[in-house]
Write a protein that binds this ligand. Structure first.
Ligand SMILES: Cc1ncc(COP(=O)(O)O)c(C=O)c1O
Length: 396
């Protein structure tokens, strides 16, 4: 008998985020305040649930086409067209399994093994994981706090090589809460045009903006360069329905749709009916969620007032990066200590890229009272650590 053959190296070596480790540890600590969870605490508004259930009872239990149900693709096209001030063809819309499905399909539609894709640091860890699975190289571009967690065009340009296929951007940003201003979006689109690159623009937090306005990469007349990834998860508290959309360059929509077949075949049909109900229903729910997150953002900013822990006031999404460099340890060690010593769970910054190791991420997705207590615990913990580490440095 011969020995068992080696399983896939690529799958086995996929970058894993430290957040799972923190979550597993958090489960062992009593009375933890969870500032690590990146999803709205609300459940999906009742009218959406009811319409989806009714549709299922009426037979919406079958496969959908790879690209999604036609009426839903048309609703998404209409919604995007209204926001971008131009008609969007429904043929460019692919309904995906969550926004992650749109990221997967867009990256696989443009990347061959050995190609490069520029991804942000700080950036959502799944960007690197998908690029890895595509046997491509993820090249980080920096978005330091000193620039408000925004990229610099000259730095981006310097990273472009003949192997670069795409620039991945995310606005409003996870984990930064930064919102890219219009001139920056224009400059990124110009750079993509200059070098013949694709832009994959992750706009899943587009409805959660408190200061300024969300600007989509789709607004600059560069349709053949631009993929827009977005969906229902954050705007309508629909993370568990696993539904998203991808707006493709016209010449790549058939490819993106065909990529659904060997991955998920199609997004879940009951979820698509829920998505249709969400877009057709009263949009006040979206405004209410935004107002709730803004109130919590303000609470976090107030709780850190008079300290250097918050490098920027987050303008959107529901995250803030907290500078923990004063604690004098890596972000993972600091997150672990905050959990064990102060019973507050946060995500270590190195999850989001090597340049983000001096931060931890908090998500303001829990009730105000718990949030206030969690942030108080974190601040007290950092102040205590900071003074000990300052003493240590003074003695060194
Ligand atoms: C930046 C970013 N993009 C995409 C997603 C994935 O969204 P979905 O749940 O719709 O797949 C998330 C989820 O946390 C996210 O933070």
């Amino acid at each position: 008998m011969s020995s068992l053959r080696a399983p896939a190296r690529r799958a086995g070596s996929m970058p894993r985020s430290a957040i799972r480790e923190i979550m597993a540890l958090a489960a062992t600590v009593p009375n933890v305040i969870h500032l690590e969870v990146g999803e709205p605490d609300a459940i999906t508004p009742a009218p959406i649930i009811e319409k989806a259930f009714a549709a299922v009872r009426d037979g919406a239990t079958k496969y959908a086409p790879n690209a999604g149900l036609r009426p839903l693709r048309e609703s998404v096209a209409q919604r995007c067209g209204a926001r971008w001030g131009k008609p969007v063809a429904a043929d460019r819309v692919v309904i995906t399994t969550g926004a992650i499905g749109g990221l997967f399909s867009s990256l696989f539609a443009v990347l061959d093994p050995g190609d490069e894709v520029l991804i942000p640091d700080p950036g959502w860890p799944n960007y690197e994981a998908v690029a890895h699975l595509a046997s491509a190289t993820a090249v980080r571009y920096r978005m330091p706090a000193s620039r408000g967690f925004l990229p610099d065009i000259a730095e981006l340009r310097a990273l472009v090589t003949p192997r670069t296929k795409a620039i991945l951007i995310n606005t409003p940003g996870n984990p930064t809460g930064a919102v890219f201003p219009r001139p920056l979006m224009q400059a990124i689109v110009d750079l993509a045009r200059e070098h013949g690159l694709y832009i994959i623009s992750d706009e899943i937090y587009e409805d959660i903006v408190f200061d300024g306005t969300h600007v989509s990469a789709a607004e600059f007349g560069a349709d053949e360069h631009v993929f827009i990834v977005s969906g229902w998860s954050k705007s309508y508290a629909m993370t568990g329905w696993r539904l998203g959309w991808l707006i493709c360059p016209p010449h790549l929509s058939a490819t993106a749709a065909s990529l659904q077949e060997p991955t998920t075949s199609c997004a879940s049909t009951p979820s698509q009916m829920a998505g249709e109900a969400a877009l057709a229903g009263d949009q006040k729910v979206v405004d209410d969620f935004r107002a709730m997150f803004q109130r919590r953002r303000d609470l976090v900013v107030k709780a850190f007032a008079g300290t250097d822990y918050l490098p920027i006031v987050p303008a959107g999404a529901f995250y803030a990066l907290v500078d923990v460099s004063a604690a004098g340890a890596s972000s993972f060690e600091t997150a672990k200590a905050a959990l064990l010593e102060a019973a507050v769970a946060v995500v270590p910054g190195n999850t989001f890229g090597p340049d983000t190791d001096k931060y931890v991420r908090i998500a303001y997705t829990i009730a105000d009272k718990d949030l206030a207590e969690g942030v108080r615990r974190l601040r007290t913990f950092l102040e205590k650590r900071g003074s000990t580490s300052a003493k240590r440095t003074a003695h060194a």
